[in-house]
Design a protein around this ligand. Structure first.
Ligand SMILES: Nc1nc2c(ncn2[C@@H]2O[C@H](COP(=O)(O)OP(=O)(O)O)[C@@H](O)[C@H]2O)c(=O)[nH]1
Ligand SMILES: [Mg+2]
Length: 216
């Protein structure tokens, strides 16, 4: 299987090289989507052997992931997993994320973080997704996909859904969704996704847009 790792990165020069090094045994290729970082993320990622796509303007979390995923698809990926650039994910969780896809038992595997939600808005996402898909942690950044999902659906996100819309659309299209518990390490500095207020607001806005499009 040709497995690609897609890594969204915004100002992650301190951790990106280490993360990429860890991913080497698990990915055929690594694709870093550098969101016009103001630090040396791009150089660090290139030196560590990744394919680096740099957005000419800040495109945000979902559009960055979409760009990287579609790049992997165009390079004939069989499987794709997304992984954070900040060192919070553990590479030892990757085999169990990919196994259901390799065995054909699932088309999307969503990580479930073994920690309490840090943002109240993450619990709202759970509430919305639990009934529709059975997922406990839909916004988890560690997800694995059969690339067929994207060949068929053609996009990752259209609304700014914190990386969740594809799961809803794929479930409705008949793709099988599974979840696996994963470990999370503490972040050494501040989240790039936003601070307590802006991060929560972004998530609530994303959830609201999903509800408008897909109903309650
Ligand atoms: N390309 C891109 N990556 C982002 C953006 N915001 C966060 N990320 C990346 O997404 C991953 C998760 O972000 P993080 O801030 O750690 O979220 P948290 O773990 O939920 O607090 C990291 O690899 C970040 O660099 C963004 O606006 N654009
Ligand atoms: Mg993080």
């Amino acid at each position: 299987m040709k497995t690609f790792a897609v890594i969204p990165a915004l100002n992650e020069e301190k951790t990106i090289a280490e993360v990429l090094k860890g991913l080497m045994p698990y990915a055929f290729k690594t694709i870093v989507v550098n969101d016009n970082s103001t630090d040396n993320t791009a150089t660090a990622a290139k030196n560590a052997g990744a394919i680096v796509l740099t957005n000419s303007k800040r495109a945000g979390y979902e559009k960055s992931l979409e760009r990287g995923i579609l790049e992997a698809v165009s390079r004939k990926a069989d499987a794709i997993f997304t992984f954070d650039a900040d060192g919070q994910h553990s590479v030892t969780d990757i085999p169990k994320m990919l196994a259901p896809i390799e065995k054909g038992e699932a088309d999307i595997v969503v990580g479930e973080r073994e920690e309490r939600f840090r943002r109240p808005s993450e619990a709202l996402f759970k509430l919305y997704f639990k009934g529709k898909t059975g997922l406990n942690d839909p916004v988890c950044g560690l997800k694995a996909y059969n690339a067929e999902v994207f060949r068929k659906i053609g996009f990752f996100d259209r609304v700014g859904s914190i990386g969740t819309e594809i799961v809803l659309v794929a479930a409705r299209a008949g793709f099988k969704i599974a979840q696996k518990k994963i470990k999370i390490r503490a972040r050494r500095d501040s989240p790039r996704f936003g601070n307590r207020i802006s991060g929560n607001l972004k998530m609530v806005a994303g959830l609201f847009k999903l509800i408008l499009k897909y109903g309650l």
